[in-house]
Design a binder for this molecule. Structure first.
Ligand SMILES: [Zn+2]
Ligand SMILES: [Zn+2]
Length: 237
């Protein structure tokens, strides 16, 4: 049986890094932590890594982008992201919305996401008969996807928890406004999941949870109502 697994090396606003593993090659997705940590998590063995995808230029996603290229791994991101990070050289390969690329044993289709940066991307990644959607740092997703077997998606905050924080003064109005226009709420995520066919989905990974404005029990309870398969909170329990 073909297997696909997303391993979380780091997830959240202090850094994101994931490893998409198959019985063939692996893809690194995001490099938003120090390279030392990435190397350690990979057991200092990069021979299986066929490329690194970066969604956008924020440090919590791209901090180690140059170090990854120096290891001899090709790095894929939008032209806007590469320009914002001043990345030049043959290891940096630009990707464009809706133009698929073959990367090792994977076919990667990038698509536009909604975040407060130049040209953010999400990725639809196919490997044999498995298909994973990877989308983070996007306050909503305008597209629908077919035949997904895995979903890795941001669930940054719960609206009611953030509103509570606003009342208590643990979060200010400016940050609330920014978060609502750049990150995915549980409520928007549920709407997205409802309009997509989840019948073949084996695993849903929830990424980039906010420490202050989310609630794992609430998230699990709400998602369970529409999806009964395997639910994994990245970096959580
Ligand atoms: Zn982020
Ligand atoms: Zn971001």
């Amino acid at each position: 049986m073909v297997k696909m697994k997303l391993k979380t090396i780091a997830s959240g606003s202090s850094g994101n890094c994931y490893l998409l593993e198959t019985e063939d090659g692996s893809l690194l997705i995001e490099a938003g932590i120090p390279i030392k940590q990435i190397k350690k998590a990979l057991g200092f063995d990069f021979s299986n890594i066929q490329g690194c995808l970066i969604t956008h230029e924020h440090g919590d996603h791209a901090k180690a982008i140059n170090d990854i290229a120096k290891l001899g791994i090709d790095v894929y991101a939008s032209k806007g992201t590469l320009k914002a990070l001043d990345c030049t050289g043959h290891r940096f390969i630009p990707m464009t919305h809706n133009k698929a690329k073959i990367i090792g044993d994977f076919e990667v289709l990038p698509f536009n996401t909604e975040h407060d940066v130049v040209e953010p991307l999400g990725f639809l990644i196919r490997h044999r008969n498995k298909k994973i959607l990877f989308a983070t740092d996007t306050y909503y997703l305008r597209y629908r996807f077919n035949d997904l077997t895995h979903i890795a998606i941001e669930c940054n905050y719960v609206k009611s928890v953030m509103e509570e924080g606003l009342k208590d003064g643990t979060i200010n109005i400016k940050r609330v406004a920014r978060t609502m226009k750049s990150h995915m709420s549980l409520e928007n995520l549920i709407e997205f999941l409802k309009v997509n066919d989840l019948s073949k989905v084996e695993d849903i990974y929830l990424l980039h949870l906010s420490d202050d404005n989310s609630s794992i029990p609430m998230i699990k309870e709400e998602i369970r109502k529409i999806y009964q398969g395997n639910l994994i909170i990245a970096g959580g329990d």
